[in-house]
Write a protein that binds this ligand. Structure first.
Ligand SMILES: Nc1nc2c(c(=O)[nH]1)N[C@@H](CN(C=O)c1ccc(C(=O)N[C@@H](CCC(=O)O)C(=O)O)cc1)CN2
Length: 287
């Protein structure tokens, strides 16, 4: 239950992410010491969107701290689908590269799905290909889409009961809302997907034990939409470090709430690095 002066407990991603990166660093060093192979992540950025450039830089800085090599490919905003596919195919065939990430979004003229599919499944450490999505949907081992995978880790670490819980996911993007719902379903939650054309959204959200907001609109989810005691995951990364949930209002109603910044964001990068080491280990074992 909550009261007028309820304050939700923050579900902090920073510390957990730091632990994950530290563990990835230990594994990266072990692989390098034993085989001479340093895990390597290639980041592909198309165009000059400042936020995307910042996220790529953050991924590369944290890779470096974890002893993971990084290769950066920056392509002009005028890049065609064919040119991007050719670059991703080249990286897929490069034996010194173990993981590939294509920063989303790409400029409008590019067929983003075609580009994602040019990433070899064995190097899809960002979990964006149909191969990875299918493995996740069937509960098979494979790379998970990083933000949804990070959200699940956070919920598990904070002992949030998932089995039988009603989770409402707001947003249906292929790298966030859709896979987040599938992972919750695999943990036996009852999942309601909602999106821009959903009618009566506040009433649906009010039924949720767990809310995942992945809609890309600052302060979209209001406190009055929430059931008292709900667990609220804010996966928004809007300009100015503002989430999709009105944090102050939500804190007065929710039992657990991810902060922005410091919640889901760091978990996204930590899972990317963990999966890059997974990929390097697997490719080394095969060679
Ligand atoms: N190919 C991908 N593209 C995008 C993804 C993704 O997972 N794969 N996710 C988002 C953006 N994103 C990573 O790319 C991302 C956004 C925010 C953060 C983060 O850690 N934010 C910090 C605050 C940032 C700051 O301090 O400046 C936080 O929340 O604490 C990480 C990753 C879209 N594109």
């Amino acid at each position: 239950m909550t009261s007028d002066n309820n304050t939700a407990r923050p579900m902090i991603g920073t510390d957990l992410a730091a632990d994950m990166v530290a563990q990835a660093a230990v594994r990266a060093k072990k692989l390098q010491d034993e085989t001479g192979v340093q895990p390597c992540l290639a980041a592909v950025l198309v165009g000059d969107d400042p936020a995307s450039a910042t996220y790529v830089r953050m991924k590369q800085n944290r890779s470096k701290k974890a002893g993971i090599g990084s290769v950066s490919v920056v392509l002009p905003a005028s890049t065609t689908t064919e040119e991007l596919v050719a670059e991703l195919t080249r990286l897929s065939n490069d034996p010194t590269v173990h993981g590939i990430l294509l920063q989303h979004p790409v400029p409008a003229q590019i067929d983003e799905r075609a580009a994602f599919e040019a990433i070899a499944p064995a190097k899809d450490v960002d979990g964006v290909t149909m191969h990875s999505f299918a493995a996740m949907a069937f509960g098979e081992p494979g790379f998970r889409s990083c933000t949804p995978g990070g959200i699940l880790r956070l919920l598990q670490t904070y002992d949030v009961p998932l089995s039988g819980a009603h989770a409402v996911v707001i947003g249906r993007s292929p790298i966030l809302g859709k896979p987040a719902g599938m992972l919750l379903l695999a943990s036996n939650a009852t999942v309601t997907y909602t999106h821009s054309r959903t009618k009566g959204l506040p009433a649906l959200v009010r039924q949720a034990d767990i809310v995942v907001a992945a809609v890309g609109k600052p302060n979209f989810v209001r406190g009055e939409w929430l059931k008292p005691g709900a667990v609220v995951v804010d996966a928004g990364y809007n300009e100015g470090n503002v989430g999709d949930v009105h944090a102050e209002e939500a804190a007065a109603v929710a039992s657990l709430l991810t902060p922005v910044p410091g919640g889901v964001g760091p978990m996204t990068i930590a899972l990317l690095l963990e999966q890059t080491v997974d990929a390097a280990e697997a490719q080394n074992a095969r060679s």
